[in-house]
Design a binder for this molecule. Structure first.
Ligand code: NAD
Length: 476
């Protein structure tokens, strides 16, 4: 999406990068090396559909190969263009460094509106795109590993994995060529929910620091906080679901393509999602009041705003009127560089995209490791862990049978303690740890340096410093 009178998405990311490097002491050559996108491949291919040959345009940008493979989603949207995939690839580089996943940054896109094609047509198109990328090693377990993004999901990833396997019949690691696959095709438990889950963990970590909460002018916990979510797709739906069901937050607004729904008492996220699945939008949904001009709800009062749809939605045309004191960027680039400045001046705290939506790439990393190790997480240790716990339970039960001690185990303790960790528990634990550790690294810079005003610049500083170290280690 391009916004009149504002820098493009890629320029916006560069402006943020420039603000950060101005505070660093990098050699100018290295600074530029980290800034630029290494390469972008454009492909145009034809597919015979409905009796005609249709030409499609796709991209795969590789921003930085300081670590390989490079990693980043593939987006299916009608307005995908080179500038956008390069901006997204740069964000991937910084994101991977910030959450310590050992990848460089990449991103891909195909100019297509997936809703215009039937499933078997989409499969043909996706396979052909995958073929074009794989034959140039732009899909490869050790060089370039895509994942889902806007307009793509498990289904498309399964087609890509299968296409790669057909072209590389003896590659034992073929499944590691793409992440976000269905569980039965080499995927990992918890990948679908991962980005939204990461948004939840990021907010939980933020709310562990009263000092940070106070900077946003808020207090207390996530319970009862009023949240507005834009985009009830993969990321927005999971974030809204977990925050409302597990943390007691109220989803007071949901903004979708056709308008918004509001309800001060809190919307039922599952019911709204089901309505959208059936009717294609939020209009007419009885869960809340419908507002035709959906984007106006970005300006409505709330405690936390979660833009989880697309880039550039908070820009110079509306930033001044945005009231949320805390914004967590679940989407990539939802706030332009200009709007970022306006919001900062107003005292709004922004939890930046390169941190906030890193849950997806984190669990993709776990999936890639699982594919390379050819074994499900938890398979070796789960029962051993349970056996150890059983020993302890038996001993506790023996002691509590002693009436003189007067001990009693709480009713569900045994069942809960007895369960060893399976794949989903391990994935969530690894994701939670990653989100906590990365937040702590950012906030140490945010609070530790007088010249760092905001979390975004803190995140960039942590990430760029790590990337610079890898380049230096390579002799650059
Ligand atoms: P998705 O396609 O599943 O969902 C996008 C949602 O936004 C849809 O419900 C769509 O109807 C809605 N939407 C589109 N245009 C809108 C508009 N103008 N106003 C309001 N709603 C609108 O996509 P997703 O995977 O949830 O990705 C959303 C954002 O999160 C993107 O910026 C993406 O880059 C980012 N992201 C996704 C992942 C992931 O794992 N899927 C990981 C990191 C970042």
């Amino acid at each position: 999406m391009s916004i009149p009178n504002e820098p493009s998405f890629r320029e916006s990311v560069e402006l943020m990068f420039n603000r950060a490097v101005a505070l660093m002491d990098l050699k100018p050559g290295l600074e530029n090396k980290i800034r630029v996108c290494n390469a972008t491949y454009t492909v145009r291919f034809g597919v015979r559909l409905r009796g005609h040959i249709h030409t499609f345009t796709g991209y795969r940008a590789v921003h930085s190969e300081h670590m390989e493979p490079v990693k980043g989603g593939i987006r299916f949207a009608p307005n995908v263009h080179q500038d956008e995939v390069e901006a997204l690839a740069a964000l991937m580089t910084f994101k991977c460094a910030l959450v310590e996943t050992p990848f460089g940054g990449s991103k891909g896109g195909l100019c297509i509106d997936p809703r215009e094609w039937d499933e078997h047509e989409l499969e043909q198109i996706t396979r052909r795109f995958a073929y074009e990328l794989a034959k140039r090693d732009l899909i490869h377990p050790s060089q370039n590993v895509p994942a889902p993004d806007m307009g793509t999901g498990e289904r498309e990833m399964a087609w890509i994995a299968d296409q790669y396997a057909r072209m590389n019949t003896t590659d034992i690691n073929a499944r590691a060529c793409v992440t976000g696959k269905p569980l039965n095709a080499g995927g990992i438990a918890g990948r679908v929910e991962a980005t939204g889950r990461g948004v939840q963990y990021a907010l939980q970590e933020f709310f562990r620091y009263p000092e940070d909460i106070a900077i946003a002018g808020l207090d207390g916990t996530l319970e009862g906080k009023k949240i507005i979510v834009q985009g009830l797709g993969n990321v927005g739906y999971h974030a809204a679901k977990f925050l409302s069901e597990e943390d007691g937050s109220l989803i007071v607004g949901i903004i979708e393509r056709d308008g918004a729904l509001t309800n001060e008492k809190g919307l039922n996220v599952e019911a709204v999602r089901a309505w959208i699945a059936e009717h294609g939008g939020v209009k007419g949904c009885p869960e809340g009041d419908f507002v035709e001009d959906g984007a106006s709800i970005l300006e409505a009062p709330c405690d936390i705003m979660i833009p989880a749809a697309l880039e550039g939605v908070i820009n110079l045309s509306n930033a001044e009127r945005v009231q949320a004191p805390l914004i967590i960027e679940a989407a990539n680039g939802p706030i332009t560089a200009g709007a970022d400045e306006v919001l900062r001046k107003k005292g709004c705290v922004i939890i930046p995209d390169l941190y906030a939506n890193a849950g997806g790439v984190t669990v993709s990393y776990f999936e890639w490791v699982k594919n390379l190790s050819h074994i499900r997480f938890g398979r070796m240790g789960k029962r051993q862990e349970e056996a150890q716990h059983l020993l302890l339970i038996n001993e506790l039960e023996r002691l509590s049978a002693d009436k003189e001690l007067g001990w009693e185990l709480s009713p569900d303790f045994k069942a809960r303690f007895l369960r060893g960790a399976g794949e989903i528990e391990l994935v969530r634990s690894g994701l939670d740890d990653t989100m906590r550790t990365a937040y702590q690294a950012m906030r140490a810079v945010w609070h530790g340096r007088d010249d760092v005003e905001d979390l975004r610049i803190a995140a960039y500083l942590v990430a760029i410093d790590r990337i610079a170290s890898s380049y230096r280690a390579k002799g650059l």
